[in-house]
Each structure stands twice: as structure tokens, then as C-alpha cells.
Design a protein around this ligand. Structure first.
Ligand code: SPV
Ligand code: MG
Length: 431
């Protein structure tokens, strides 16, 4: 008897999946692969059902002979193991980034003497509705909030990109690249104080107040499902911070990062060129303790950001603070530097990790941008934040367009550099 293999990543079986199973059944024995969480989060949307639930679901389906865990988005290993006569898949992977996976399956099947059977993708109202429902579920506060902790358990390094509007949120949500035969995407979003303020034409000095920051978060949340890490500046007065922790938790924000500065906060990338005051270890620890007491869910994270290297107070001070803030209950440590050379960041990570193997480390490689995520992860970093790159790419592009229109007295000359409106609107979901 011949065998057919198909791989699922869904938590809900709909008509489309049943069509695939029917087609596979016609070929012979049916083996269903369940794409593991680890592989799925790069390939597709975050799962709405756990890996175990998905395995159970597929085993319960009529006409399925066996179920295996596919632990890689590439089919290479699983196909070598199963050696099926057929792979059955929806034809939707012929276009877009998923094509790279399809190409490799075709090559592998050719080498093994197998064949690919593609089933026309079922795109009817009921399938679209299920898809919208799943997306909506991921956007719900209780799902979104816990996702950062889940990702920390799944990824060698969680990658966050700056967002400050619905549109930048959509870019963080939907950008997928195919590279070296694999797909990749961002895991989370960083709502930067610098970029949120800049988008409003304001300086990054805690002038844009929390109500306005919450409005930005709400705009982003309306059109995305990925978890949000909020740049909470200094956290403000402890008496105010506790209320904000509750609001952020209720909204479904996953983490707030607060920095150990007080008084008039200036952006860290100014370093010692401007006057900035660091909070005392005791004062900042008390703010963390107050925030942790106010927190009601187990999901939310309060991450302490240490400014000792920025303010040139030395490595020992940074490490002493990291230990104290962790003891006060911080769920993670962000260490910041404005040096081009990552040496001080790596020294901090190494020394912190030798004393504490569990507390997540967060870094923002804006200045030390030559180091890769993999290298940072090898030094114990858990979250990498690309804190301002979308704003810094959009601003010069917009400025150049405005200047060129002024020079040419018309828009024809700039048009070829612009994205057609038709393409822009493909980003925006229609109901
Ligand atoms: C931000 O993005 O607002 C930050 C990171 O706080 S940095 O600008 O590097 O200080
Ligand atoms: Mg900031």
C-alpha cells in the first residue's frame, strides 16, 4: 500500500483540511505531520492550540493512520524518515514566501521518486471566517499577554521590532522573509518612547503621557496579534506606576521595561552629553516591588533597564543593580550601551549569566549593530529589540519625497520610488 504525507499547523480543522485528507486517503495510507511549536512560530501564526492538543486533534481525525511530529519547517528530515510516495498540500504555497519550502519538497520528492499532489486551496466564506476567528483569538488580551513568556520558552532569541502606529504594527505582524530555504518573521513588537514621541513630533522626555502611549498601543493592538513590550521610560512615580501596570495587563501588553533614571528623562543615546540622573538601587527596587505587588496575572513581565553603562558608572554598578533588581522581583534585565563595540554588553551578559542562569536578558543593539542575534543568544541574551529602525528608515524617505516634489513642482519624478496604493492596501485586512 502507498503512503501519503501531509503536514498541518492548524488548531482547527476546516473544510480545506478535510479536502486534503480526502485526497491523501485516495493515495493510500495517510500520515499527518504536526508542525512543532518551535517550527510553526517562524512559518505561520502563533498556535491557538498547544502542540499536544494539535497532535491529539490530528490523531482523532477519521482516515488518519498515524501522526508524527515535524520539528522543522523544512520537510527534509521527515521525508527521509517516512519515505512517502506522495506529499499532499494546498496549492496556496505556490506563491509568496512559502514557495521556498515547496521548492525543497519538490526536489526531495524527485530524489526519492515520490510525487507532490496539490489540492486547490479552499477559500470560501466559512474558511475565511474560521481564519478571522483564530486571528481574533490571538489578539485577545489573555492570549496576547502570555505569548512573550511562551516565546521565551520556545525561541533561542525573541526578536522584537519597533512599532508606533497601526501601519508599523502591520509591518511587524506580516513581514515574512524566505532565506536559505527557511521562513523568518519578528516575534514581538517594541513600543518605543523615542519613536512614539517622534511620530508625534515631540521630544523623548516623557512629555507624551501614558494616556497617549496607551492610545498608540490600542491602535497597534487593533490590527495585530503579536505580543507587545512597552518602553515604559522611568515608570514615573511608584504611586502612578502601579495603576499603569494594571492597565497594561488588562489591555494584554506582555511586558513593560522601566529604566533606572529619575527626574527629567532624556533618551539614552545622548549618554553623558545631557544631564540625566540615575535612581538609587533602593529607590528603583521599591518601584519594581510596588509594580510586582500590583500585578495580578502570572503572564505580565516587569523588566528592569539598567543605565549604568550609558551613564558611565561602570560594570560593577551595572552588575550590582542587575542582582538587586532581580531580587526585587524584576522578570528580566535590559542592559543598554551606546558603544559601537559590543564588548561591554557581552562582558555584562557573561558575568550576569554566571550568577543567574534564568532571568531573561534584553538588549537593544542600535549602536552595537554589527553583532548578530545568534551571537547575542550565544552570550545568554533572550530578547533582541530593534528599537528605532522603522522610524529611521521612514523619515528620510518621506523627507526626500517632500523635497523632490517641491523641486519639480509635481509628483511624477518621485512616483517610481513610491509603493503603489494598491500594494499598500493589501497590507490592510478587510472584514
Ligand atoms: C527607545 O526606543 O525609546 C529606547 C531605546 O528607550 S533607546 O532609544 O536606545 O534609548
Ligand atoms: Mg525610550
Amino acid at each position: 500500500m502507498k503512503t501519503a504525507y501531509t503536514c498541518f499547523c492548524t488548531g482547527v480543522i476546516h473544510e480545506g483540511h478535510l479536502n486534503i485528507l480526502r485526497e491523501a486517503r485516495r493515495c493510500g495510507k495517510v500520515i499527518v505531520g504536526a508542525l512543532s511549536d518551535r517550527a510553526l512560530i517562524r512559518y505561520n501564526r502563533f498556535p491557538t492550540a498547544s502542540q499536544e492538543e494539535r497532535l491529539r486533534l490530528y490523531r482523532s481525525l477519521e482516515g488518519v493512520d498515524s501522526v508524527v511530529l515535524q520539528d522543522d519547517m523544512l520537510y527534509e528530515d521527515v521525508l527521509s524518515l517516512i519515505r512517502p510516495d506522495y506529499v499532499v498540500h494546498g496549492d496556496n504555497w505556490r506563491t509568496g514566501p512559502e514557495r521556498t519550502i515547496r521548492d525543497q519538497v519538490v526536489k526531495k520528492l524527485e530524489a526519492m521518486g515520490g510525487a507532490l499532489i496539490e489540492v486547490p486551496y479552499t477559500n470560501n466564506e466559512s474558511v475565511r471566517k474560521i481564519d478571522r476567528q483564530l486571528r481574533e483569538k490571538l489578539a485577545m488580551p489573555e492570549y496576547r499577554r502570555r505569548r512573550l513568556r511562551q516565546l521565551l520558552g520556545l525561541c533561542p532569541v525573541v526578536k522584537a521590532i519597533e512599532t508606533h502606529s497601526g501601519l508599523t504594527g502591520l509591518i511587524a505582524e506580516k513581514t515574512v522573509v524566505a532565506q536559505d530555504g527557511r521562513l523568518d518573521q519578528f516575534d514581538a513588537m517594541w513600543v518605543s518612547s523615542l519613536c512614539d514621541s517622534t511620530a508625534k513630533g515631540k521630544p523623548d522626555i516623557e512629555l507624551v503621557d501614558m494616556s497617549s502611549r496607551l492610545r498608540t498601543i490600542d491602535d497597534i493592538m487593533e490590527v495585530t496579534t503579536k505580543p507587545i513590550i512597552l518602553d515604559g521610560d522611568t515608570g514615573g512615580l511608584p504611586e502612578h506606576f502601579v495603576y499603569n501596570v494594571r492597565t497594561l495587563e488588562r489591555m494584554g501588553v506582555s511586558a513593560v521595561i522601566i529604566e533606572d533614571k529619575k527626574g527629567l528623562k532624556k533618551n539614552s543615546l545622548f549618554g553623558t552629553e545631557v544631564e540625566q540622573t540615575q535612581d538609587s538601587i533602593e529607590g528603583f527596587s521599591e518601584k519594581i516591588r510596588a509594580g510586582k505587588r500590583a500585578q495580578l496575572t502570572d503572564d505580565f513581565m516587569i523588566i528592569a533597564r539598567i543605565e549604568s553603562l550609558i551613564l558611565e558608572r561602570g560594570m560593577e554598578d551595572a552588575l550590582a543593580r542587575a542582582a538587586a533588581f532581580t531580587k526585587a522581583g524584576a522578570d528580566g534585565i535590559m542592559i543598554h550601551s551606546r558603544k559601537k563595540d559590543p564588548a561591554e554588553i557581552l562582558e555584562f551578559c557573561g558575568r550576569f549569566r554566571s550568577a543567574d542562569s534564568a532571568t531573561p536578558i534584553v538588549v537593544v543593539p542600535t549602536s552595537f549593530n554589527a553583532i548578530t542575534e545568534e551571537e547575542l543568544a550565544a552570550h545568554g541574551v533572550n530578547i533582541v529589540i530593534y528599537a528605532n529602525q522603522l522610524t529611521r528608515s521612514a523619515f528620510p524617505a518621506m523627507q526626500r519625497t517632500a523635497e523632490n516634489i517641491l523641486r519639480c513642482h509635481r509628483a511624477k519624478e518621485v512616483d517610481e520610488r513610491l509603493m503603489p496604493i494598491k500594494e499598500i492596501i493589501t497590507l490592510i485586512d478587510e472584514l
